[in-house]
Design a binder for this molecule. Structure first.
Ligand SMILES: Nc1ncnc2c1ncn2[C@@H]1O[C@H](COP(=O)(O)OP(=O)(O)OP(=O)(O)O)[C@@H](O)[C@H]1O
Length: 282
């Protein structure tokens, strides 16, 4: 399902946190949300998965305003993997945690059926946590927990996946495995990523948030240009597609961009390679 965020304004404790934020993800797109600490990424995710009501603007999953849907219908459409983990997980095994993802699909009796068992088993296998299935969730390492939380989200059979720093506990191989897994699901995904190289590898499009507003949006090579890397992230760097097809960011030896003078661009050289797709965001 497509995701449309239209002119969103979010206020927390009377402070404007997001201002006039718009973005779109087409069905099956993976859109990366990047920006410095405190730029509003998590706040935007919370608004998208309906845990935070905006002061103004609308979030549509498919054609529907998420606040016009029942919580249950909204939960069938959108699954989130968040930084603060799994909610109340006391005493639960890995399988029980993953099975929680089926809750929005249960009937009034709340019993698991064959389809629920299938969805849980499939998610456990895809996320590589079969060997942990009977372990107490609390006993797992940070990286193992993240895999389990992704399995819970996939068991939910969502049409939109919202990920907040999914890879931050993962070793390098596990990062690549998880990125591959997300790609193969085909689920529309909005993912906050601090690692710009990973964002460039995973995402079809990026949206850059800075001080609560969208300052750039579009294909990776159009967005991670020296000016944005310098002005928003404060680093001197350039982004290129290498001969193997992978987009990589090269940071200058003196990577801190504080010394940039007016008109100077961080790390010389052109970086844009347009792929002809329409930009997202506004
Ligand atoms: N309840 C609140 N009241 C006032 N300000 C808040 C509240 N919650 C968050 N903020 C502020 O909103 C801003 C955006 O926070 P948010 O967590 O969305 O940023 P972020 O981009 O996800 O940051 P990070 O990369 O550090 O995780 C921050 O300046 C934060 O201090």
């Amino acid at each position: 399902m497509k995701l449309t965020v239209d002119r969103l304004h979010v206020t927390l404790d009377r402070n404007p946190i997001l201002r006039d934020v718009s973005l779109q993800a087409r069905k099956g797109d993976i859109v990366g949300l990047v920006g410095p600490n405190g730029s509003g990424k998590s706040t935007l995710l919370r608004t998208v998965y309906r845990s935070l009501r905006p002061a103004d603007g609308v979030v549509r999953v498919g054609e529907d305003d998420v606040w016009a849907l029942s919580p249950r219908t909204a939960a069938r459409r959108t699954a989130a993997v968040l930084q603060d983990g799994g909610g109340n997980t006391t005493g639960l095994t890995v399988t029980e945690i993953v099975a929680l993802g089926r809750a929005p699909h249960h009937g009034l009796l709340g019993r698991d059926g064959a389809e629920d068992h299938r969805a849980v088993a499939d998610a456990v296998d895809r996320c590589g946590v079969r060997a942990l299935a009977d372990r107490d969730y609390a006993s797992l390492s940070g990286g193992e927990r993240q895999r389990v939380l992704l399995a819970r989200a996939l068991a939910q059979s969502p049409q939109l996946l919202v990920l907040d720093e999914l890879t931050n506990h993962l070793d390098i191989r596990a990062r690549f495995e998880l990125l591959d897994l997300i790609r193969t699901t085909g689920i529309t995904t909005l993912a906050v990523l601090h690692d710009l190289d990973l964002a460039a590898r995973l995402c079809d499009h990026l949206v850059v948030l800075h001080e609560g507003t969208v300052v750039a949006a579009g294909p990776v090579l159009d967005v991670l240009i020296p000016r944005i890397l310098g002005d928003v992230f404060g680093v001197r760097a350039r982004t290129e597609r290498h001969a193997d097809g992978v987009i990589r960011i090269t940071y200058a030896a003196d990577a801190l961009a504080d010394a940039l003078s007016d008109g100077e661009t961080a790390a010389d050289g052109p970086s844009e390679h347009r792929d002809g797709r329409p930009p997202v965001g506004r």
